[in-house]
Design a protein around this ligand. Structure first.
Ligand SMILES: [Zn+2]
Length: 94
């Protein structure tokens, strides 16, 4: 089981906050880390914004319509990660 987040092919910028992201952790059911691929949805670790990898592995904002097409479990998981990131960032601001 790999315990290190995967490197992205090239650093990319969060379309929400502009943070440069150079690694990603995709967590599957087994808790392994996996490299992201085209179409994968992620959460910016800096701002909690929902993003999706495009064909060139750059980040795009996740369209609300796409979020709504996800299964309830997947959507709830993403929103839980987003909430955790935002809570963590809010605590850092104090
Ligand atoms: Zn961001």
């Amino acid at each position: 089981m790999a315990a290190v987040p995967a490197d992205l092919p090239a650093p990319c910028r969060c379309p929400h906050c502009g943070a440069v992201l150079d690694g990603a952790s995709a967590v599957n059911d087994a808790g392994d880390f996996a490299a992201p691929s085209f179409g994968d949805i992620s959460v910016c670790f800096a701002c909690g914004g929902l993003v999706v990898f495009d064909t060139e592995m750059r980040l795009d904002k996740l369209a609300p319509a796409l979020l709504m097409r996800l299964g309830a479990d997947e959507r709830a998981g993403l929103l839980a990660v987003q909430r955790a990131v935002r809570l963590m960032r809010a605590e850092e601001d104090h």
